[in-house]
Write a protein that binds this ligand. Structure first.
Ligand SMILES: Cc1cc2nc3c(=O)[nH]c(=O)nc-3n(C[C@H](O)[C@H](O)[C@H](O)COP(=O)(O)O)c2cc1C
Length: 373
């Protein structure tokens, strides 16, 4: 954790409502990255100098660590995330229609457990406005220097039967701007969304998104974009294997493991207990082990060649290494940034570099899945 964040950022956070603190941080990041001088300061402070290249989906990622979905739903601070040295940025969840989300408060911090509980409910500007914002951004600043991932959610008022149309419409509107698309059927905060992890739901959403992909790639004479599926942690190993195999056999290019959980650990402090009593999805440290086990399960069932993106409780280089050793090609975090601040990227990349040097492996690709062998 950076000294500045430990001394000033985190103590200040204690006195702020979680969502307001999040909004202020995003605004600050956007502001800082809009000026060349402060943007350079961000880079000097936070951008890792080590490179740990990962080849995936036709791109070279400078290292394996990126921003998880939900942090910058409306792509407000793209240049800021780039400046802090993330290897890729996932925006969204974007839904076809603009949504205000659930009533506030809807985001809670459990500081002792280093966990968050949220029931945001896909608050976002919707696919049309986000399309316009990205168009403006690309025209003004060009394509981001790191791959841009787009998390696709379902609009709350769209019935489950029409979900394929909802996801596909968003994908079509954002196709030109995204490098990778993630079908999120695993948020616990949109009623019945997780039912779409079932065979029929998943197949029809993938089919509709593949159709968009084919049409867009044909009309623009460019490559198709990878489509991934993001899964929930609240299921048995058998169910997880089934979903992963359904996704793979229906043309998903990989899987993101995992979204937040509706389960709760025992709280050791009263404030954490109050947070755990809130409805919603929990993320952060208590999710870490569960998501790592899930990565191993998927890897064992689908083999080494189907990409797994590991997310859940990553807040240190050791956490990151565990996810890679379990089988993840790339990794992401949300909660880690809330508790550790923007220096997390540098800490993780430098720490991974050290771990790699101390290991028998010459690349992260070789280390991938090592804990299974
Ligand atoms: C406030 C909040 C909002 C989120 N919104 C989304 C979302 O819109 N789409 C999605 O796929 N995941 C969303 N997530 C889940 C994260 O992307 C991630 O999967 C989860 O938090 C576990 O990672 P972490 O322990 O590093 O936070 C959200 C998480 C939080 C805390």
């Amino acid at each position: 954790m950076g000294v500045g964040y430990r001394w000033f950022g985190r103590p200040l956070l204690r006195f702020q409502d979680s969502e307001k603190a999040h909004g202020r941080s995003l605004t600050l990041l956007r502001l800082f990255s809009s000026n060349p001088v402060t943007r350079t300061v961000l880079k000097l402070l936070y951008k890792p100098r080590r490179s740990l290249p990962v080849e995936l989906f036709g791109h070279t990622y400078a290292h394996p660590f990126g921003l998880a979905a939900g942090m910058d739903k409306n792509a407000k601070a793209l240049r800021g995330w780039e400046a802090t040295g993330l290897a890729f940025v996932e925006i969204g969840g974007v839904t076809m229609l603009e949504q205000t989300g659930n009533p506030k408060p809807r985001m809670f911090r459990a500081p002792k457990a280093q966990a968050l509980v949220n029931r945001m409910g896909f608050n976002n500007n919707g696919s049309e406005k986000i399309q316009a914002a990205l168009k403006h951004h690309f025209e003004r600043y060009g394509r981001p220097s790191v791959p841009l991932w787009v998390n696709l959610g379902k609009s709350k008022i769209t019935p489950l039967d029409d979900a394929p149309m909802d996801y596909a419409t968003t994908m079509e509107r954002l196709w030109a701007y995204g490098d990778v698309f993630v079908i999120n059927v695993s948020s616990p905060n949109t009623p019945n969304l997780r039912e779409l992890q079932g065979d029929e739901g998943l197949k029809s959403i993938l089919l509709a998104c593949h159709e968009v992909n084919t049409t867009q790639s044909t009309t623009t004479l460019t490559e198709k974009k990878p489509i991934l599926v993001k899964v929930a942690p609240d299921m048995t190993a058998e169910q997880l294997v089934h979903i992963a195999q359904t996704a793979k056999s229906n043309g998903a290019d990989g899987i993101v493991v995992s979204n937040t959980t509706v389960e709760r650990p025992d709280a050791t402090h009263a404030r954490d207990a109050a947070v755990f009593a809130e409805q919603g999805g929990m993320s952060g440290q208590p999710l870490k082990e569960r998501s790592t086990v899930m990565i191993k399960t998927v890897r064992q069932a689908t083999g080494p060649d189907w990409p797994i993106i590991g997310v859940g409780g990553i807040a240190s280089a050791d956490d990151a290494w565990e996810k890679i050793a379990a089988g993840a090609t790339l990794i992401q975090a949300y909660s880690g940034f809330v508790f550790e601040g923007p220096a997390l990227t540098k800490t993780i990349v430098n720490g991974l570099h050290k771990r790699l040097q101390a290991s028998p492996f010459t690349s992260l690709d070789e280390a991938k899945g090592a804990s299974l062998e």
